[in-house]
Design a protein around this ligand. Structure first.
Ligand code: F6R
Length: 261
């Protein structure tokens, strides 16, 4: 795992967007794993700008989102289908047929989860997976105690997650209590993972995920097992890390990051 500290939210999102853009330029048929949530909004805003100003081409790119609420139609204002459409897909030249999210309305949810896993396999697996982190330590909706080898399935959302996301609903009591999510095992199979966390509210959980033990209580800690995972944070989200100076030294001295200084 690598940890990169950027001065503020915007700079952290910039770095994530530049890495995505770099990978997409090398491989236009990139299979991108997408995350939603407020942290990702800045990344998608920058990617849209790169598309408009620097011709970043999404025409051959394929996407798979991490998760979707059970019970919400794709057209629902709070669905992750809508989130992706509003923040990214409608602004870039992506072919919507190449964008995938699980269906929260599938009559057989278990079959839907298996279908989703099979589609990821058929696409050749995920090249680059974007991740946020919840205050409960989740990646995707892999709530505390999720098996670290889990696959795409339906999960009950933790009270912390409901507290985090319910205010986004017109009627917070209508927030679904379950979601379909890629499993931790599914996420760990992506060839590269990029986790973005910003703001002081994420400082505790970032310290646990990066410097704490690998535990199903903090599913983001499973990323310590991933051979190519970069965690990008702003100064605020880095607030509780013990080894900040070491992470800064690595970023300044690793040749891979020279172009991003
Ligand atoms: C969303 C997702 C979640 C979020 C996380 C952080 O697709 O998978 O894990 O990334 O809850 O959400 P924000 O950015 O809203 O704090």
């Amino acid at each position: 795992m690598e940890l990169i500290i950027r001065p503020d939210r915007e700079a952290a999102a910039q770095l994530v967007a530049r890495i995505v853009a770099g990978e997409l330029r090398i491989n236009p048929r990139l299979v991108l794993g997408m995350a939603t949530g407020s942290t990702m909004e800045a990344v998608y805003r920058i990617l849209v700008r790169l598309h408009l100003k620097e011709d970043l081409d999404f025409s051959q790119c394929r996407t798979f989102n991490l998760d979707e609420y059970v019970g919400l139609a794709a057209s629902h204002g709070n669905s992750y289908h809508q989130f992706m459409y509003e923040h990214l897909f409608r602004h870039v030249n992506i072919d919507l047929r190449n964008t995938h999210l699980p269906s929260g309305l599938a009559p057989d949810l278990d079959a839907e989860c298996q279908r989703y896993e099979a589609m990821i396999q058929d696409a050749g697996g995920i090249d680059l997976q974007l991740l946020g982190i919840g205050t409960a330590g989740h990646i995707g909706f892999n709530e505390p105690l999720s098996a670290l080898r889990s696959r795409t399935r339906v999960k009950a959302l933790a009270p912390t997650t409901i507290k985090q996301n319910a205010p986004l609903f017109d009627d917070p009591s209508k927030m679904p209590r379950r979601a379909i999510t890629m499993g931790v095992g599914t996420i760990l199979e992506a060839r590269r993972c990029l986790l973005l966390a910003t703001g002081a509210a994420k400082a505790d959980i970032i310290a646990q995920a990066v410097e704490g033990p690998i535990t199903s209580m903090v599913t983001a800690s499973a990323l310590q097992l991933h051979p190519r995972c970069t965690v990008i944070v702003d100064e605020q989200a880095a607030g509780k890390l013990k080894e900040k100076e070491y992470y800064r030294w690595i970023f300044e001295n690793e040749p891979e990051w020279e172009a991003y200084q």
